[in-house]
Design a protein around this ligand. Structure first.
Ligand SMILES: CCCCCCCC/C=C\CCCCCCCCCCCCCCCC(=O)SCCNC(=O)CCNC(=O)[C@H](O)C(C)(C)COP(=O)(O)OP(=O)(O)OC[C@H]1O[C@@H](n2cnc3c(N)ncnc32)[C@H](O)[C@@H]1OP(=O)(O)O
Ligand SMILES: Cc1cc2nc3c(=O)[nH]c(=O)nc-3n(C[C@H](O)[C@H](O)[C@H](O)COP(=O)(O)OP(=O)(O)OC[C@H]3O[C@@H](n4cnc5c(N)ncnc54)[C@H](O)[C@@H]3O)c2cc1C
Length: 665
């Protein structure tokens, strides 16, 4: 049996575009590419960042191993004087969730976004030097999605000028915060502010949890890890925690006071900023999660594509080679839309980062006008991309057949570590309902002269879109960006308008919203898919250098859009945007596009520029040398340390002997 090396070299030679130029497009710029390339090699070449043994460690060893890596990473960041972007990349390539994610990803941003200048000056230098380690303690045992339902209380005591933080019920126990369980010294904890018996709703407070001397919990604090989670290693490197407060006192100036303040006299004062800024950290992280979705999906797609070119099954004639499974049309129809989605999410992630930076600058200048749009986009795209990525990783596992189920394929752990992204930072359905509220508000204001802006701007043409019928006559018509865009706009606006019309039949709008929730979620998905398609099309309107690169991206863009059209054909037909014949023409075009991707598939995944260390997959090895390495790896399993396993003599041998004795009787 030959190895796979020649297959992938041959595949690479087939590419019709310059893969080095595509690497730059994927990375965002030459500078980003060089940075990413340098840091990924740095991590891959350092034995301290070895990760192939992770799934064989028990929880305690795994956690200790995470602490060692985190401390070593921090040491290297300082020694090499890495800047913020480089440190972030290093974290990404180390590829192991840790308390540091919450410290840098949520604790620090919460203070930056919700703290006053004075509070920032006090706390941020300590956090930046990691002299304190923080987490984001919002979710409780009883409430996660419903933030307004949180039960922890922060009662102002005017006598001592302190807040008393308390967990009044079991369900008010903080439950889930990452980094809380074993490591964090501090938390930004969310609690109901009570002054003189009056409840002012949920606010953030900086609370010290553990002693900076001996790391023991401070008086009144009960704290621990919530236990093993899904998967072997996966997210078990993280100490998601439980926390109860028993009348814990903190100084008044530890309430984050940018949005509202409590004076020495106990007066509650609201600033001139929307209260939703208390939710600002979540907007920030949702944007990061969207950017990360393309990374996780592209990893899985890279593994499944390379392995599909190495793997052969059936089709041998006269003793010749069997067919590469990537040549089966069904394999292509499952794999290539995921490849296209990885590119689509990459570009929409880049755009969302820009949108987030824009809204942040505006907020600093007290311009809050784009906050609802930023909230709707981050919530909707977080939901859309994480759902598609989690499903896509699982599909990639199936695309790799039996070997995909082995941990050494990298796919089971990738799925297990990724799938909670559908839940954390907002359950995906709950977030789509937020988008739906935004859409219903937009539709209700259409007649009022209030022009829809940003990603809902297409709604301004609602009358025209309600009349729209696609004029596609032949399969190639579906390659025209405007044709695709109009069909997606018409479908999204008609689904929103239909929901708004149905809602208007209810005397109580909230009751209507609950009753129509499933349709509202579908309308939100249609709107979010339109955003992704339109940002991909916008990307293609930019200058894209490199031999054949633009052509490949055009093919991928068409695949992404037509795959969605095919998958949601019911929406497009039932809203009357297209007719059944046009639906069939889209499927015909999709098949042509798959054939165009086929010779370029390996080069398109090479453009992600992942090291073998980062991929962590025998099936996805760059050299395609799968079988010898799989065979070699099996012998490394701890179960193969001895020929006769522990427990055999104790349990199985007596059973066998008994059977033997019975047989002789
Ligand atoms: C081992 C190696 C280590 C290496 C170490 C290296 C060293 C380190 C170096 C560098 C490291 C860098 C690492 C960085 C890594 C960063 C990655 C970060 C990863 C983090 C992982 C994430 C973990 C998960 C964390 C969490 O889950 S935190 C908890 C999140 N919780 C939620 O999301 C709850 C969801 N619920 C809600 O958001 C809300 O409650 C709701 C659903 C929106 C409902 O709110 P409410 O009841 O108030 O409802 P409404 O009435 O519907 O809304 C009122 C109005 O408010 C508007 N609204 C709502 N939300 C927002 C918002 N977020 N922003 C703006 N506006 C909002 C809404 O639209 C309404 O408006 P209106 O005009 O209609 O009134
Ligand atoms: C790995 C992981 C890490 C986490 N890290 C943190 C952290 O660092 N800090 C922190 O504070 N929290 C953290 N969380 C908590 C997380 O943010 C919440 O679990 C998440 O927001 C979902 O909330 P929930 O658990 O209350 O789900 P629920 O809201 O109870 O969801 C249960 C089901 O009910 C449905 N549902 C709920 N409300 C509605 C509605 N209005 N309409 C329709 N359906 C609805 C949901 O769709 C879901 O199917 C983490 C969670 C996980 C899994």
């Amino acid at each position: 049996m030959e190895d796979g090396v020649d297959h992938l070299a041959f595949e690479r030679n087939k590419a019709q575009f310059d893969v080095e130029d595509m690497k730059i497009i994927w990375a965002g710029s030459r500078q980003d590419f060089e940075l990413s390339d340098r840091i990924s090699r740095l991590v891959a070449s350092d034995p301290a960042f070895r990760k192939d043994d992770r799934t064989t460690l028990d929880r305690k060893e795994l956690f200790k191993n995470t602490l060692r890596k985190a401390a070593y990473a921090w040491k290297r960041i300082n020694e090499l004087r890495l800047n913020e972007q480089e440190a972030y990349k290093l974290r990404s390539f180390v590829d192991q969730p840790a308390f540091t994610d919450l410290h840098w990803g949520m604790f620090v941003p919460a203070i930056q976004g919700q703290g006053t200048d004075e509070q920032q000056q006090k706390w941020l230098p300590l956090a930046y030097r990691m002299q304190i380690i923080g987490c984001y303690a919002q979710t409780e045992l009883g409430h996660g999605s419903n933030v307004q339902g949180l039960e922890t209380t922060a009662t102002f005591d005017p006598k001592t000028d302190e807040f008393v933080i308390h967990s009044p019920t079991l369900t008010s126990s903080k439950w889930w915060p990452g980094g809380l369980g074993k490591i964090s010294t501090h938390a930004v904890a969310y609690a109901r502010l009570i002054i003189g018996g009056e409840d002012h709703g949920v606010h953030g407070f900086i609370v010290q949890l553990r002693s900076l001397d001996d790391h023991l919990p401070l008086p009144g604090i009960t704290i621990g890890d919530i236990g093993m989670k899904f998967g072997n290693a996966a997210y078990n490197t993280m100490d998601n925690g439980v926390l109860r407060f028993d009348h814990v006192r903190i100084p008044r100036n530890q309430m984050l006071m940018r949005v509202s303040q409590v004076t020495r006299e106990g007066k509650y004062v609201s600033s001139n900023v929307p209260r939703q800024l208390v939710y600002g950290t979540m907007v920030n992280v949702r944007q990061k999660i969207v950017a990360d979705a393309s990374v996780a999906l592209s990893r899985a797609v890279c593994i499944a594509t390379r392995y599909s070119a190495v793997r052969r099954q059936f089709g041998s004639h006269n003793g010749g080679l069997e067919t590469q499974v990537i040549d089966y049309k069904t394999q292509q129809a499952r794999l290539f839309p995921l490849l296209a989605s990885a590119y689509a999410f990459r570009f929409v992630g880049g755009w969302l980062k820009w949108l987030y930076m824009d809204v942040t600058e505006r907020l600093q200048a007290n311009d809050f006008s784009t906050l609802p749009e930023a909230h709707a986009c981050t919530a909707g795209l977080k939901s859309l991309t994480t759902t598609a990525t989690a499903d896509g990783i699982e599909e990639c596992r199936k695309l790799c057949g039996g070997h995909g189920y082995l941990c050494s394929s990298g796919l089971p752990e990738l799925f297990a570590v990724y799938v909670p992204a559908c839940t954390y930072e907002g359950d995906n359905v709950v977030l789509l309902l937020q988008v739906a509220r935004h859409l219903m508000k937009t539709v209700s204001q259409l007649g009022s002269g209030n022009k829809p802006v940003g990603t809902t701007a297409y709604m301004a043409r609602v009358e025209q879109l309600m009349q729209y019928h696609s004029d596609v006559e032949k399969a190639e018509d579906w390659l025209k960006p405007n044709v695709v865009l109009e069909a997606f706009e018409a479908r999204a606006s008609r689904m929103s308008v239909a929901c708004a019309q149905n809602l208007s039949k209810f005397a109580n709008p909230e009751e209507g919203f609950q009753e129509l929730a499933a349709d509202l979620v579908d309308a939100a998905v249609a709107h979010c898919q339109l955003i992704v398609v339109s940002k991909f099309i916008e990307k293609l309107q930019q200058d894209i250098p490199g031999k054949g690169v633009k052509k490949q991206l055009e093919v991928l863009c068409s695949i992404y859009a037509l795959f969605l059209l095919h998958k949601h054909l019911g929406d497009f037909l039932s809203t009357g945007c297209i007719n059944p014949k046009q639906g069939s023409l889209a499927s015909e075009q999709l098949r042509n596009l798959y054939s165009q991707v086929r010779p370029n598939a390996i080069a398109l995944v090479d453009a992600f520029n992942y090291t073998d260390h980062y991929l962590g997959s025998i099936l996805g090895r760059y050299d395609g040398n799968v079988y010898p390495k799989l065979y070699e790896e099996a012998w490394k399993d701890p179960l193969n340390d001895s020929v006769v396993p522990d427990g055999f003599k104790e349990y199985i041998q007596p059973m066998l002997k008994q059977q033997l004795r019975n047989a002789r009787l």
